[in-house]
Design a protein around this ligand. Structure first.
Ligand SMILES: Cc1ncc(COP(=O)(O)O)c(C=O)c1O
Length: 399
């Protein structure tokens, strides 16, 4: 049997590709602190499992392709509370934000078309684009400038006749950057000028520290162009539930993507029932979780600032940051940390940074850290990275 070139050429996620090394480290008896993946340790609200336990139909039947009515209603209300009004037929439940991204891309691009992203970006975007034969074009943002967007001319320069969409993550993964209103206006202007789709991935909307979040969904004039990617994974710490959503006011887009949704029949029914119940979780839950991540962010920054030669840009949202390390290669260092290093039987796994860039050579001495551990574990994990940097043969001497 032949395996397709299409799948063989798909980019391997930097978030998971070193997992075999972590498994080997654990098999050898090491404790591994996982800073590589955005898997929160926060408890999923009990309403999820309670609703599933209360399910008493004798058959777990296929559900509606758009989604379970209870969940659609809950999401509609959630968006209304954020100042965004969508009809039910403008919302589609998906298998996580991941499937929402795939559907959004397939809904606006043909093979050979281009999507513009701002690098560093959420690495799995590239895998989805690869599968669809879509080319990504990246506008580079820089840590030294706090990952601010470059001027309008630099963005415009990357638009070609094949550009069909701008895909933007806000708050940012892996940078933790939250866009300013001016940056949002800039993106909106470019989108309107070229009549592009604007795919906004706002799955970290609740995770902004110290100031309110503004969604692209409240900006007037974008109704025809906007596609919102949403997910329950982080909002309610329900990553394994695999429930997300896609929202758009564009009737043509909604009608066309439904053909794919009908072909894949429906999303998991029980998880949708659990997910619908999550939306009745008291608001305080999200406020408490936000406080906890803010503490973790502060803990992370304090711990990182003690490491000689390590630089980073302070994250304002989500729960990630990119760090620059004084090493020959962040990937080699990551593997060495898992294979050869431990501090009292403990080590750390992080995601090498180059996988979050499209431009070759960028990010080779960077790593993405997910601050999804409690403060004590975070402090310990960063201290271990510090010890590793002192012992790593490929470390650069800090003057
Ligand atoms: C920016 C971003 N978008 C989408 C996803 C996918 O989320 P889901 O678990 O809903 O598929 C993630 C997961 O980490 C993410 O960080």
């Amino acid at each position: 049997m032949n395996v397709s070139e299409r799948i063989s050429n798909v980019f391997a996620s930097p978030i998971r590709k070193l997992s075999p090394y972590a498994a080997a480290a654990k098999a050898a008896g090491k404790k591994v602190y996982h800073l590589n993946i955005g898997q929160p340790d926060i408890q999923t609200p009990p309403a999820f499992l309670e609703a599933i336990r209360a399910f008493d139909d004798s058959v777990i039947a296929y559900g509606d392709s758009r989604g379970d009515a209870r969940l659609l209603n809950a999401i509609q209300k959630y968006y209304h509370d954020w100042g965004m009004d969508f009809d039910i037929n403008e919302i589609t439940i998906t298998a996580g934000g991941s499937e929402a991204l795939l559907i959004a891309m397939m809904g606006v691009c043909d093979p050979g078309d281009e999507i513009l992203v701002f690098e560093p970006f959420y690495a799995n975007y590239l895998s989805f684009a690869n599968v669809l034969g879509v080319n990504m074009k990246a506008v580079t943002t820089k840590a030294e400038k706090g990952y601010e967007l470059p001027g309008e001319a630099a963005v415009e320069a990357c638009i070609t006749p094949r550009t069909k969409a701008i895909l933007i993550t806000n708050p940012g993964n892996p940078t933790g950057r939250v866009l300013t209103s001016d940056e949002m206006e800039l993106v909106a202007r470019v989108v309107k000028r070229h009549d592009l789709a604007l795919i906004v991935d706002e799955v970290y909307r609740e995770f902004v520290y110290g100031f309110p979040f503004r969604s692209f969904g409240v900006m007037p004039g974008l109704e025809d162009n906007l596609i919102v990617v949403d997910s329950l994974s982080k909002r309610y710490s329900a990553c394994g539930a695999r429930i997300g959503a896609l929202l758009s006011h564009n009737a043509d887009f909604n009608e066309q993507i439904m053909k794919y949704c009908q072909a894949r029949l429906c999303c998991p029914e029980l998880e949708q029932i659990g997910a619908a119940a999550l939306y009745s979780t008291p608001r305080q839950y999200l406020a408490d979780v936000n406080d906890e991540y803010r503490r973790r962010r502060d803990t992370l920054e304090k711990a990182l600032s003690k490491l000689p030669g390590v630089t980073f840009s302070s994250p304002q949202g989500a729960f990630y940051t990119m760090i620059k390390m004084p090493v020959d290669s962040a990937e080699k260092f990551a593997i060495w940390m898992l294979e050869q290093f431990d501090s009292h039987g403990e080590t750390v796994m992080f995601a090498p940074g180059d996988g979050f860039y499209l431009t070759p050579g960028l990010g080779t001495d960077e790593a993405r850290l997910a601050y999804v551990l409690n403060c004590a574990d975070l402090e310990r994990a960063i201290a271990i990275i510090g010890e590793g940097l002192k012992a790593y043969p490929g470390a650069k001497i800090i003057a």
